[in-house]
Design a protein around this ligand. Structure first.
Ligand code: ASP
Ligand code: MG
Length: 455
């Protein structure tokens, strides 16, 4: 049985939580691969300190003292005495490099993207070395050596074939002992510069390794008892979901559920490797099991939401020709690297709405206006406008399209509470019904939607 276990920032954030990690890994029956995040909150701190430094603020030195202390406290408390000097020296070398980067920023008073990428990499580079030396008999591999990215628009995305080959070369099977690696961090395959897989990307590192090695199970160890029916900070009576399908988890995560970084699911889904969501602070809780099984098809599994959404609405006779307008609009978005959350038919006839992250709204509007300029001139389209400050609510469950009146019931419940729905995407997916509301109504709308689905 080969398992890949990923421990997030809170799991590796304190001496106490690291004791749990150690017990969990040392209790396994066979050698495993352990992927770790940076110490909880450190990535945010590294970024904030970089900004300070780039403003010429020398208080980065104070911040560095805190960062050093935190890592050394853990080494002192948990690394066996005979290994402490070696581990301290290795971590100190990284801390020194980090401090040099801050010093450099302070002088140039600029924050180039690639320097920031290098700075955030220190989090996982340090945590992985420390955790490898806390777990009995474990060894360390440097993720910078085998996770490779390429440029895609203004993002770095994993070069899957190259990374796959390098992972197979790095981890010889069967494993002889536990191997600990840092998540999130990578290098550009062409320039060799340090990059990363995006915020929350440690999950993705774990999934890439699990997929390449044909692991039996990917375990995501976090600080909650599993995947919940909604965000528990907003919905007080959200419940644990014991089992869900890959597709359901993918939909919930791409519509804002923070449990798993969305790209994580594809590689393991493709290899049919199940995922378990488990709690480092309550390791005996059953957690959530995600696999290709579809459990009670036609029931709502969960509800999630994304804020900061903009919508571009195209109105006019052409909008009735859904097939043409959809395919042209999708093409424009794809060519520009804009991900579309949903396409919906708003209440108004002869119009079509496309929702996307607010950050891409302006570009999307421009590109759509240019794509459809002939139709705007001929009058086939009357207008193309953008609306901001919207949120998407996603109601997810395999086969929920077959639930009679689901969309209608939710819309009625929202309307009864005076919440106006801007658009609904019913019918475009078998698994997800997406609803657009004004962001100022999101909490209330989520509560009403959750109660309507899980009464
Ligand atoms: N440390 C990174 C972050 O905070 C990656 C991760 O934790 O998954 O985004
Ligand atoms: Mg995470």
């Amino acid at each position: 049985m080969l398992k890949v276990l990923k421990f997030g920032g809170t799991s590796v954030g304190t001496i106490e939580s690291l004791k749990n990690v150690k017990a969990i890994v040392e209790g396994l029956d066979s050698p495993a691969i352990v992927v770790v995040s940076a110490l909880g909150g450190l990535t945010d701190k590294l970024i904030a300190t970089a900004k300070l430094s780039a403003d010429g603020d020398t208080s980065y030195r104070e911040e560095m003292k805190g960062i050093r202390q935190r890592h050394h406290d853990i080494i002192e408390a948990l690394v066996p005495a005979e290994k402490q000097a070696k581990v301290s020296a290795e971590v100190d070398a990284l801390l020194d490099q980090l401090e040099e980067r801050y010093h450099g920023l302070c002088l140039i008073k600029l924050l180039p993207d690639r320097t920031l990428d290098e700075i955030v990499s220190f989090g996982e580079r340090m945590s992985s070395v420390i955790v490898a030396n806390i777990i009995n008999g474990a060894s360390h591999r440097n993720s910078l050596d085998y996770v490779k990215t390429e440029k895609w628009f203004n993002r770095n995305i994993a070069d899957r074939p190259l990374t796959d080959r390098l992972i197979k070369e790095t981890f010889a099977l069967p494993l002889e002992g536990h191997i600990v690696v840092g998540g999130f961090i990578s290098k550009d395959r062409d320039s060799g510069e340090i990059t990363n897989l995006g915020r929350g990307g440690s999950d993705y590192t774990a999934a890439l390794i699990a997929a390449s090695l044909d692991a039996d199970l990917l375990e995501i160890w976090t600080d909650v008892d599993g995947f919940l029916t909604a965000d528990p900070r907003i919905i007080k009576d959200a419940r644990i979901i014991p089992e869900m399908s890959f597709v359901e988890s993918m939909e919930l995560c791409s519509f804002g559920a923070k449990v798993i970084y969305p790209p994580t699911i594809y590689p393991v889904f493709h290899k049919n490797i199940p995922i378990k969501i488990l709690n480092t602070f309550n390791p005996t809780a059953p957690g959530t099991h995600i696999s290709d099984n579809v459990y009670d098809k036609g029931t709502v599994r969960g509800v999630s939401s994304i804020n900061n959404t903009s919508v571009v609405t195209m109105s006019g006779p052409l909008a009735a020709n859904v097939a043409e307008i959809n395919s042209r609009a999708y093409n424009v978005m794809a060519r520009n690297g804009i991900s579309v959350f949903m396409v919906a038919q708003p209440s108004e006839v002869n119009s079509l709405s496309i929702a996307m992250p607010a950050a891409d709204g302006e570009k999307a509007l421009e590109q759509l206006v240019s794509e459809f300029s002939p139709e705007l001139q001929s009058g086939e389209l009357r207008s193309i406008d953008k609306t901001d400050d919207l949120s998407v609510i996603a109601i997810v469950g395999e086969g929920i399209k077959s639930i009679k009146n689901l969309g209608h019931d939710i819309l009625t419940a929202l309307a009864d509470n005076g919440i106006q729905v801007k658009a609904i995407s019913e019918g475009t997916s078998e698994t997800t019904v997406a609803i657009l509301v004004a962001s100022e109504n999101i909490k209330e709308a989520l509560n009403i939607t959750h109660s309507a689905c899980f009464h």
